[in-house]
Design a protein around this ligand. Structure first.
Ligand SMILES: [Fe+2]
Length: 135
């Protein structure tokens, strides 16, 4: 079972970015399977760590593309990225204190946040990158 299934409506039409977004959802799906399979806290924490690292890498790359494109709303975009990263850190800390704190609702929140982010503010920067041939 998957919590998220990729569809073209999530595509920003820049392959490298789509691939990274797919990678993020893949990790959320694997957190979901680990959770529903009743995996131990350290396994869940490991996958959350992986999600955090992958997210950081992807966000920094996206931000450097936006910087190169002189994207006018970069500061706001960075603040949104920071919020998501801090949420992952918070959920991982909660998981250390209470193994039952990581729930399907939290994973759904991460998934929905990403979907809204991609379909909203990520789509918004696409013309700026395309204009400078950045990907
Ligand atoms: Fe973004």
């Amino acid at each position: 079972m998957e919590l998220f299934k990729w569809s073209n409506r999530y595509s920003v039409c820049i392959d490298s970015i789509d691939e990274e977004h797919k990678g993020l959802f893949k990790l959320i799906n694997s957190l979901y399977s680990s959770l529903t399979e009743g995996q131990a806290q350290d396994i869940l924490s490991e996958v959350l760590d992986k999600l955090f690292e992958y997210t950081q890498k992807h966000f920094r790359r996206e931000e450097s593309l936006l910087r190169a494109a002189n994207y006018p709303y970069l500061a706001n975009h960075i603040a949104l990225h920071e919020y998501f990263e801090q949420s992952i850190v918070k959920y991982n800390q909660q998981l250390q204190d209470d193994p039952s704190s990581l729930t399907i609702e939290i994973l759904s929140f991460l998934r929905d946040w990403l979907i809204q982010h991609i379909q909203g503010v990520d789509m918004d920067y696409v013309p700026y990158l395309k204009d400078k041939n950045l990907s």
